[in-house]
Design a protein around this ligand. Sequence first.
Ligand code: MN
Ligand code: MN
Length: 321
Amino acid sequence: MTIYIFRLVLILILLLAGCSTGTQKANLPNCINSDCDCSDFATQEEAQRVLDAFPDDRYKLDGDGNGLACERLPRQNKSTNKEREVNTGNVHLKYGNPSNANSKDLNNYLLEKPQYALSYNCKTGTANWVSWQLNRSWLGRVDRSDDFRPDPDLPNDCYAVRPNDYRGSGYDRGHLAPSGDRTKTQSDNSATFLMSNMIPQSPANNREVWRELEEYSRELVSQGKELYIVAGGEGKEGAIADNQVTVPKYTWKVILVSDKSGNIEETIAVRMPNNDTVARTDWTDYIVSVDEIEKKTGYDFFDALDKDIQRKIETKTYKSP
Ligand code: MN
Ligand code: MN
């Protein structure tokens, strides 16, 4: 007899659990009202909640039918809130950390990846700057991986921008560290597609002048130069994704050029409007001094170098060939 009561209670519990999925749906992402795909989620956990709520898999999140949704997404946000030491040996920060990015300030939050380092700003939903070394050792023949995805290394209390957040905004998901600068291995290339490396970039800027300077940089590398590049956005043109991502007014880049043996030769700095006005212009039209970018952004570039060397290379403007 007791076994029947037990079973009855069990059935009741299951029925109650079934009813409660109605309230669970309230906590699901908005995409369930239109159409979800894997780029609507920051983590596998988040996608799984949607699949669990709709076991018919109406959003096709479980391509291989194994019951797990969006398996390519990171499992869950890592808690990176604990204090970390800045890796002083980081090759991408060899000439300095322009804003003293650290592991405490959510609007100047240091992320160090094997492929680049960056200062993230949780308020603007973009990096303040991304910094990377470029020489022949990073260049090979792998294809663009095109796997735009949220950055799993952001702290939990920071909104992780999703690839679809840029959808319909009129802005490109513009790389700061370019895909073309990381072509040695597939995983290096894939790392450039993290959304923390993206800014909303006007198509004319991204696809023309900005791209042309990226190509010119790789041309210098093919001549045997080694570059240390820092890039970011400045100012506010507007916002997208329910105000979670700031559209910068300008894009800027500073490049330290050294020869094969690491002797510093010169710098290249540009500041370009993030709008249509750059269409059919030349990247060289936007050359300024590093000092100018320091003034506009408040960052100090190359501060690992002596002040007098900084003065020498930061006041001059680059003479393009
Ligand atoms: Mn680009
Ligand atoms: Mn400086």
